[in-house]
Design a protein around this ligand. Structure first.
Ligand SMILES: C[S@@+](CC[C@H](N)C(=O)[O-])C[C@H]1O[C@@H](n2cnc3c(N)ncnc32)[C@H](O)[C@@H]1O
Length: 278
């Protein structure tokens, strides 16, 4: 990718974040002797606020070297088709300016380049950004405080990051701020299938096999966090409502591959509403 964005400055050199003293998630919740339902145990054992941001950043720095290889393996290469569906939902035209939010190693950037748009990747993890395709325009930054001017972008896409943000409201408000009216968003993340057989197979694969394989080939704590992190995601109606309240219209929620992945899309409203700025 050789595009440049004249009004956006090149990123400052990456700073290595401090290593965390603790893994991202404790194996057992510390809730004393009171019996707690399983679903609440999962939520209680996950970090929140500034702790979550620091733990997520350190975790992705740690797993970056084998992240792409494991993604292909653990999704049976289906992730490529999910990414294409997200890019299709942006309705892009050549020459447009598009953000890949939480770009990681930039797996969406070649697809964006193929659509002849100028793509900018933002991510918290310097370890991930170092793996971006050569020549890609990437910058280290927080989704809740984007280092971008208001109302300039034509589209924003994000894959498999919603669960990892500290809070969804401020991130959606930032997307509404940086997009021009009429600009599109497409947000992908994992989901849990509703169909009984699929749900059982998914629970085995995602809940058992993925942590085991991830532990063998990469980082045990990170791949145990992966299924648990689903607990951070609101149910689809609440997700749609959050996106609408941030200032988007024509909001759609679609399930892909039998419901193991979800895709949220929407259009930046002409008038700013809620917390969205213009
Ligand atoms: C599961 S990875 C997805 C990476 C990439 N989008 C992909 O599809 O492979 C989640 C990414 O979200 C990034 N992330 C988490 N919290 C973030 C934040 N607050 N701001 C920016 N990036 C964040 C992580 O560093 C990580 O690279």
């Amino acid at each position: 990718m050789t595009h440049t964005v004249p009004t956006l400055e090149r990123p400052a050199p990456f700073r290595r974040p401090p290593e965390p003293a603790q893994p991202i998630v404790a194996d057992e919740p510390a809730l004393g002797s009171v019996p707690v339902p399983r679903s609440l145990q999962v939520v209680a054992s996950l970090p929140t606020g500034a702790d979550k941001r620091a733990a997520v950043q350190a975790m992705f720095d740690r797993i970056a070297p084998r992240y792409q290889q494991l993604n292909r393996l653990l999704t049976f290469h289906l992730d490529g088709s999910w990414r294409r569906r997200a890019l299709d939902a942006l309705d892009l035209a050549p020459g447009q300016l598009v953000l890949d939010l939480a770009t990681g190693p930039g797996d969406l950037l070649p697809g964006l380049a193929a659509r002849h748009v100028t793509a900018l990747g933002v991510d918290l993890s310097s370890g991930m950004l170092r793996l971006a395709p050569p020549g890609a325009l990437v910058v280290q930054g927080d989704a809740a405080a984007l280092p971008l001017p208001s109302g300039r972008l034509d589209g924003a896409v994000s894959a498999f990051a919603l669960r990892n943000f500290v809070e969804l409201g401020p991130v959606l408000a930032e997307l509404a701020r940086v997009l021009r009216p009429g600009g599109r968003i497409a947000l992908l993340d994992v989901s849990t299938p509703r169909q009984v057989l699929l749900a059982a197979g998914h629970a085995l694969w995602f809940g058992r096999a993925v942590p085991a394989i991830g532990g063998l080939l990469s980082d045990g704590a990170a791949y145990r966090y992966l299924p648990k992190s689903l607990a951070y995601l609101p149910e689809p109606p609440e997700l749609v409502d959050l996106v609408r309240r941030a200032g988007f219209v024509a909001v759609e929620h679609r399930l892909l591959s039998g419901g193991i992945v979800q895709l949220l899309s929407g259009t930046r409203a002409a008038m700013s509403t809620g917390r969205a700025g213009g």
